[in-house]
Design a protein around this ligand. Structure first.
Ligand code: WT7
Length: 655
């Protein structure tokens, strides 16, 4: 871990309590009620989670023990048997929700469809049977590389139905990134589409799959199931590739849900860390189901009349927990949108809100900043009066963006839930409850009931009021990461060894810095490790460096995040070239393209600066703090006395 970049941020004094009307109709309608739940969970966590598990989920067999905590390994609902797909689908079929809309889907070209719970159940069963036909058994991993179409959710639910853990790979990742993940997860089947529509272009997903599998690139993969979406030209490899519409025709719609052990592997989702290799975050069945269920229910104050829309992609944890599993487990109506704001239709999101009467809208600060840039006229030209709750996730939201969201999108009447969490936490950790918590622009406010969060120093001692420190979680929670797939040592090292409480306790270290104000509000200030946050997406500096040095011209690379008004951070790369290469604009573009090819468009450097040397300490460590200062055009702060060669600084400035 590098030096912290915790800065004091502005003091925010405005508070926005929920209206009395809103509070009166909310499930948790006051801070007293929140306190009561929080205290109950704190004094008797097993009682608290056990009662919720009993009340909120269907179990084929009840657990013997709520929690077995052998730090840092947790087992929740030990011995319990359940199925997530069953809880998201089957159990609603015996109620009036059978014919309620489960998914409302809008495609970018303007096509759309609605699937009721009964219809979704039928499709999921069919796909699950097709998986079985293609040789997928309980425990086998399935890679899902899909556009935002209903079949993406159907594939996920089909996996969980038969107990085949999925690994969804974001459709914006390159063939190379896809391959690495399929290999690490040893996926047996890949589910994909010919392509997806995004910003008036076709994303050629199947071609990327072919590339990933070429030359036996991912030897575990036996079959590829292809959904037809864009009808772009693709090759189907005989024996390996199968059209979903062909196999669907004869597939049975009867597929009982497999009773899974509460701790059975549910899915693997790769995320960036501080090394070049992404980590496969492992989530298991019972705890994940319960925690995403209850956080969706309380944080969005779900009602049966809600039309809930989360704009994330299913390739990220937000899509897993809060497009698919949390909402469907609650029997809610979840909207999926394939597209994104684009020059031909910059106001498309507001069209969708108006068309379907969206009541809950959940997006990212980077998107909000883009809305601000596009101007108020776009949202004002639509009827957004159906909205009642707004949400944000992915990075700290700047108070001005919060205020704009509140005023222009929320019409000053919608509570905003700023949810702090991570791929590893599975669900919301710090968040307002909309009917209870007075919000402050830029603060994720307080821990969800059952979450014991704190801000500490490296010895695990709580820091003082408004002092920066490390954000930790001191007690296990149901949807916590269980391990890093295939690398338990990395799991322990990454999350449990940076903060070392003297009394031998185990604190989960999130990688974020934070402070708490005089009212106890948490203010998350961003990563304190070598992880960037580009448009709400996590990206490891080492990952981009590895991509750069895999190009023949690059001798060494150092990557840092540079503050960017729209993206939060952008990738800034310092590159030294091999002796026989000359820096040029053409080479810069080539290197940028190379990173896109190795990782995906989200990792494209905003700037590359060639340099003969990189600033290193006498022990040979790259001085990232210094590079961050230089990239941001700031004075180099702090101590540079360990810098090996001081003339390096002038060179780097000149670029
Ligand atoms: C990192 C996790 C969890 C879904 C999206 C990202 C940052 C996330 C907030 C927030 C401040 C936030 C943190 C965190 N982050 N939400 N509301 N306020 N920072 O998931 O890719 O696992 O990234 O995103 O830095 O550690 P992820």
């Amino acid at each position: 871990m590098s030096e912290t970049n915790i800065e004091s941020i502005l003091q925010e004094h405005r508070t926005f309590p929920p209206s009395s009307d809103f509070a009166a109709n909310a499930t948790i309608g006051s801070m007293e009620k929140y306190q009561e739940l929080y205290n109950k969970a704190a004094t008797d966590p097993e009682g608290f989670w056990g009662e919720l598990a009993e009340k909120e989920l269907h179990w084929f067999e009840k657990w013997e023990k709520v929690l077995d905590w052998q730090p840092p390994s947790a087992q929740w609902f030990v011995g319990g048997k359940l199925n997530l797909s069953y809880n998201c689908l089957d159990r609603h079929l015996t109620t009036w929700r059978k014919n309620k809309a489960a998914l409302i889907w809008e495609g970018e070209p303007g096509d759309s469809c609605t699937l009721t719970y009964a219809q979704l159940h039928r499709q999921v069963c069919k796909m699950a049977n097709v998986f079985k036909q293609l040789g997928v058994k309980k425990g086998d991993r399935v890679g899902i590389y899909m556009p935002m179409i209903p079949e993406a959710a159907i594939a996920m639910l089909a996996c969980t139905r038969i107990g085949a853990p999925h690994s969804v790979i974001f459709g914006g990742f390159s063939a190379e990134a896809l391959k690495t993940r399929l290999v690490d997860a040893e996926a047996k089947l890949v589910v994909t589409a010919d392509g997806g529509f995004r910003k008036d272009k076709i994303v050629p997903l199947k071609i990327a799959v072919d590339e990933a599998l070429a030359d036996n690139g991912a030897p575990s993969v036996e079959n590829v199931l292809v959904v037809q979406r864009t009808k772009n030209e693709i090759q189907m490899q005989e024996g390996r590739d199968h059209w979903w519409h062909d196999l669907e025709k004869d597939a049975s719609a009867n597929c009982p849900a497999e009773p899974m052990d509460s701790e059975d592997l549910l899915f693997i989702l790769y995320t960036s860390g501080t090394t070049g290799k992404p980590k496969g975050v492992v989530h298991t069945t019972g705890g994940y189901n319960l925690y995403t269920h209850i956080t969706t229910k309380w944080t969005f104050d779900l009602k049966d009349t809600d039309v809930y829309w989360c704009t994330a992609d299913v390739g990220w944890i937000t899509g897993h927990s809060y497009i698919v599993y949390g909402p469907l487990s609650n029997g809610a109506t979840s909207l999926m949108y394939e597209g994104a704001p684009r020059p031909s239709n910059p106001g498309c999101l507001w069209d969708v809100v108006e068309k379907y009467g969206v009541t809950i809208f959940y997006t990212a600060p980077t998107a909000i900043r883009a809305f601000i840039k596009m101007g108020e006229d776009l949202p004002k030209a639509r009827d957004l009066s159906s909205l009642r709750i707004l949400g944000t996730v992915g990075e700290p939201i700047n108070p001005e963006a919060w205020m704009w969201y509140h005023r222009v999108i929320g019409g000053e009447k919608c509570p905003i839930v700023d949810t702090w969490w991570q791929t590893e936490t599975g669900g919301f950790m710090l968040t307002p409850l909309p009917g209870a918590t007075p919000t402050k622009p830029g603060s994720a406010t307080f821990p969800f009931p059952g979450i014991v969060a704190d801000i500490v120093d490296l010895d695990g001692n709580p820091v003082g009021e408004n002092e920066g420190g490390y954000l930790v979680v001191k007690q296990p929670w149901p949807s916590m990461i269980r391990t890093v797939y295939g690398d338990e040592a990395r799991f322990r090292r990454t999350y449990w060894e940076h903060i070392k409480p003297k009394n031998g306790q185990h604190f989960y270290f999130a990688g974020d810095g934070a402070r708490r104000d005089a009212d106890g509000y948490f203010w998350v200030m961003g990563r304190v490790d070598d992880v960037m946050n580009v448009s709400g997406h996590r990206l490891g500096t080492m990952e981009v460096e590895s991509a750069l040095v895999s190009h023949p011209s690059v001798a060494e690379a150092a990557v840092v995040g540079r503050p960017n008004a729209l993206k939060g951070e952008e990738v800034f790369a310092f590159v030294t070239l091999e002796g026989n290469y000359q820096g040029s604009d053409a080479l810069k573009s080539e290197l940028m393209q190379h990173v896109v090819q190795e990782i995906g468009a989200i990792a494209r450097p905003g700037e590359i600066r060639f340099t003969d040397v990189l600033p290193k300490t006498r022990s040979g460590k790259i001085m990232r703090r210094l590079l961050r200062n230089l990239a941001a055009g700031e004075e180099v702060a702090g101590d540079t006395s360990t810098l090996e060669d001081r003339s390096v600084l002038d060179q780097l400035r000149e670029g």
